[in-house]
Each structure stands twice: as structure tokens, then as C-alpha cells.
Design a protein around this ligand. Structure first.
Ligand SMILES: Cc1cc2nc3c(=O)[nH]c(=O)nc-3n(C[C@H](O)[C@H](O)[C@H](O)COP(=O)(O)OP(=O)(O)OC[C@H]3O[C@@H](n4cnc5c(N)ncnc54)[C@H](O)[C@@H]3O)c2cc1C
Length: 418
């Protein structure tokens, strides 16, 4: 059995950054990727806008991924591609991974594991649309794969359900390829995607965005022939009598992403219902010692640059943990879920020598002129006034805490008017 200090699952931007920083911290590191090539989902994101924070440049997804792949290859960090991790078991202090590759099934041992295995798209089944199951109904990621990787146009006249970023990007992409996008229909009363994508992908191409509307039925036998659209009430329930039939040959779903967590759950890693990813401390360690999480497997990010940052931090922490294990003392961070959709990390390890916290959070509602305050007992650790907070736009904040003042109570996040 081959043995490593740190094994990283997934060679997307999170896994590549995690592998690099783990290696740079001195750990014997292996990256495992189930696809034929590293790069994760970025391989199919051929539009630009990636890397503004990381490289101060506008790169396409493949260009951004390529930079990290080169760095990993230059350091000769091994990446096993076309290789799938089917299960991980903890035996005493060591993790044993069962790995399936073209050479058969092998076992790999590791002192620490980094889960960087990305997220999945919600499908039509998960949002309970009625009607037949004709071809032409697909997630935005699959449509992106058809167009950008395979060179197929999957529909000629379509509607997009959900205003998530991938759907907005695909509205523009399909239009550029000659398809007619009749509109983007969103069940909520505000869009789910970034404002920059609403402007650049819809407004610039005169694609209408309809809010408070949803699909109630898909029609067609072999192929989609149309959809029934309804207005929804304030509880997002369809309003009877508002049904309208729209003829189309494609329905593209952009109705949310969910962190991929089967492996985490099999290791009894506790999952946060708010993020659908694992609970972690400021070192990106989950509640199971030795298991780390980063990127979209931890929570769905809107910018790849923050995915890279979390991978880098997780990689560094995992390498440190592998070289000298320590006993943690986890204090929960108090996160008022009536004000915030979520905040990550959710715990502070007060035994760790790292007292710097990089926190990612989203407000629950669109709010104006508020202060976000991070507080320990009597001390304000961070305070910032925001003229505008919008749930699709993730905020990143950094603060330090004083370990000696954190013995038996947690850090609190507050949102105040003013
Ligand atoms: C369909 C889709 C399209 C997107 N398009 C855009 C976009 O246009 N613009 C944008 O800014 N962001 C986009 N995003 C967001 C994008 O996912 C993130 O910015 C970033 O790529 C996430 O990086 P990651 O490394 O966490 O995950 P990913 O890039 O998803 O990488 C995870 C990797 O883990 C591998 N993996 C999973 N399970 C295993 C396993 N058991 N064993 C081995 N390997 C495994 C996967 O094959 C994958 O390569 C998109 C996301 C999705 C899902």
C-alpha cells in the first residue's frame, strides 16, 4: 500500500491549490481525480472573468485551471487521474482509501484527507416538476458541457428555469451559438445570480428575466414541446389561473448547487444544514480529526478565487496536522440564521496556533446600510459597514482573535442597522 501524509480528493481549483500548499508545507502529497484531466468544472467554463482576485487578470476557466496544473506539475506533485475514491475508512490513526483506477483497485494510506470534490447541480426531480420526461430537459452544467466540450447545440428555442450563475452564463452562451433563449424564469422575487452576470449575460443580450414565476408542467413525448409557467405567491406556491403555455424545445435548469458529500457522510463528518457542506474550524478541519474540506465541497462559492483560497488554507493546515497531530478544543461561532444564510467556518479551535480566521458569509436577505460585527466576550474583533448586502454575493472577512479570552464562550456574528 502506498502511503502519503496528505491525500486530496479532486483536482478542481480547490484540490489543486490544496495539493500545492500541502506540498509546499513539506507534506508528501497525492491528488486523486476521477476525470481524465485535472481542472474540475473550470474545463467547461470557457468564458472569461476568472482570476481577478488571484491573478488580477481576466482569465477563462481553462486558463485559470492551467496555471495551477502547471504549478502542480512543476513541483512534481502526483495527480492520479481517471481514478475514483470509492470509500475511506479510519484504522487507528490512519485513513485507508479504496481507489479504483484503470489499473484496478488499490489501497492508499494517509494521515490527513482533504475533501475538494466540488458540488452537484440540483435536477428536475429535486424540484418536483410535473409532466412527461422528454429529452431536452437538462441542467445548465450539462448544457455547458454539450456546447463547450462536445460542440453540440442541445436546443434551438429554450427557457431557463432558475437565475443561478450557470444558467445566466448559459443564456448568453446559447444565444451566441444561435439558439433563442425565451427567458429566464425565477421562482423568488429577486435573482439568485451575481449582478454582473445579470447585466453581462441577460441585459446585454436583451434576454428577459421573469421573477416570481415557475414551471408547473413540462409537455412533450420524445422531445420537449413546451412548458406551463405560473406566477407564484409570497410562499412560492403557484397561483391557480395564471397558467401560460410556452412552446420550446429545451428546458435548462439552474436551480442550485449542492456540495458533494457522500464520502464525508460515510466518515461521519457532520454536515451543516445551512451550507450542506461539513462544519469546519478556522483551519478547514471538519469535526472529524484529520479530515479537511474546501472549495465547493464545503460551501458553494461564487468566485473561483475564493475556492482557491480555501484550498490553499486547507492544504497548509492538513500538512501541519499530518506532521504533528494536536488535540482540538472546538468552540462554536454563534451565527444568527435569521440574518445570515450561513457563515464558514462555524467553529474556532482555541487550541490551534492559528488565530487568524478567514470567514465567508452570505446575508439571508437583501439589506441596506448594515454593520457586520464579529464579537468575543467584550471585544469587537471585526466591524464593517455595508451599504448593500445581497445573498448571491458572498462576503469574505478576515479577523484575528485572542485565544486567552475565548475559554468557555464562543465568537458571535451580529448584523446591526446603521
Ligand atoms: C456545472 C457547473 C458550472 C459552473 N460554471 C461556472 C462558471 O461559469 N463561472 C464560475 O465562476 N463558476 C462556475 N461554477 C462554479 C465552480 O464550480 C467553482 O468556481 C469551482 O470550479 C469549484 O471548484 P472546486 O475545486 O471546489 O470543484 P470542481 O471544479 O467541481 O472540482 C471538483 C473535482 O473533484 C472531482 N471528484 C469528485 N468526486 C471525486 C471522487 N470521489 N474521487 C476523485 N475525484 C472526485 C471532480 O471530478 C472534479 O474534478 C460552476 C459550477 C458547476 C457545478
Amino acid at each position: 500500500m502506498e502511503f502519503y501524509d496528505v491525500v486530496v480528493l479532486g483536482a478542481g481549483p480547490a484540490g489543486l491549490a490544496a495539493g500545492l500548499s500541502s506540498y509546499e508545507e513539506g507534506a508528501n502529497t497525492l491528488i486523486i481525480e476521477r476525470e481524465k484531466y485535472p481542472g474540475g468544472i473550470l474545463k467547461q467554463c470557457i468564458h472569461d472573468g476568472f482570476g481577478l482576485v488571484e491573478f488580477k487578470e481576466r482569465l477563462t476557466g481553462p486558463e485559470y485551471a492551467e496555471r495551477f496544473i502547471k504549478m502542480v506539475r512543476n513541483k512534481k506533485i502526483p495527480i492520479l487521474t481517471s481514478t475514483f475514491v470509492t470509500s475511506i475508512k479510519k484504522e487507528e490513526e490512519i485513513f485507508i482509501l479504496s481507489v479504483v483506477s484503470k489499473d484496478g483497485i488499490i489501497k492508499v494510506g494517509a494521515k490527513a484527507i482533504i475533501l475538494a470534490n466540488g458540488c452537484r447541480e440540483r435536477t428536475s426531480k429535486q424540484i418536483g416538476i410535473h409532466g412527461t420526461r422528454p429529452s431536452g430537459v437538462m441542467t445548465a452544467g450539462l448544457a455547458q458541457y454539450f456546447v463547450n466540450i462536445m460542440g453540440y447545440l442541445p436546443c434551438k428555442k429554450c427557457i431557463i428555469l432558475g437565475s443561478g450563475d450557470i444558467g445566466l452564463i448559459m443564456a448568453r452562451r446559447l444565444t451566441l451559438e444561435g439558439a433563442k433563449v425565451l427567458g429566464v424564469y425565477e421562482v423568488k422575487n429577486s435573482p439568485s445570480g451575481l449582478t454582473r452576470n445579470i447585466v453581462q449575460c441577460l441585459n446585454d443580450f436583451s434576454i428577459p428575466l421573469y421573477l416570481s414565476k415557475t414551471i408547473t408542467k413540462i409537455s412533450g413525448d420524445d422531445r420537449v414541446e413546451g412548458v406551463e409557467i405560473c406566477d407564484v405567491d409570497e410562499n412560492m406556491k403557484p397561483i391557480k389561473g395564471t397558467e401560460k403555455f410556452i412552446e420550446c424545445d429545451g428546458v435548462i435548469l439552474s436551480v442550485g448547487l449542492i456540495p458533494e458529500n457522500e464520502i464525508a457522510e460515510s466518515l461521519n463528518v457532520e454536515i451543516d444544514n445551512a451550507t450542506k457542506g461539513p462544519y469546519v474550524d478556522q483551519n478547514f478541519m471538519t469535526k472529524v480529526d484529520g479530515i479537511f474540506s474546501c472549495g465547493n465541497a464545503l460551501h458553494v462559492n461564487d468566485l473561483v478565487d475564493y475556492v482557491t483560497e480555501s484550498g490553499r488554507l486547507a492544504g497548509k493546515s492538513a500538512a501541519k496536522y499530518a506532521s504533528s497531530k494536536y488535540k482540538r478544543a472546538l468552540n462554536p461561532i454563534e451565527i444568527p440564521l435569521n440574518k445570515f444564510l450561513y457563515a464558514v467556518p462555524q467553529y474556532i479551535d482555541i487550541n490551534s496556533d492559528n488565530n487568524k480566521v478567514v470567514m465567508y458569509l452570505r446575508s439571508r436577505d437583501i439589506v441596506k446600510n448594515v454593520k457586520v460585527i464579529i464579537k468575543s466576550r467584550n471585544e469587537i474583533l471585526y466591524e464593517k459597514r455595508y451599504t448593500h448586502l445581497n445573498p448571491p454575493e458572498m462576503e469574505r472577512i478576515v479577523f484575528d482573535f485572542n485565544r486567552s479570552s475565548l475559554n468557555d464562550y464562543s465568537i458571535k456574528i451580529l448584523m446591526q442597522e446603521g
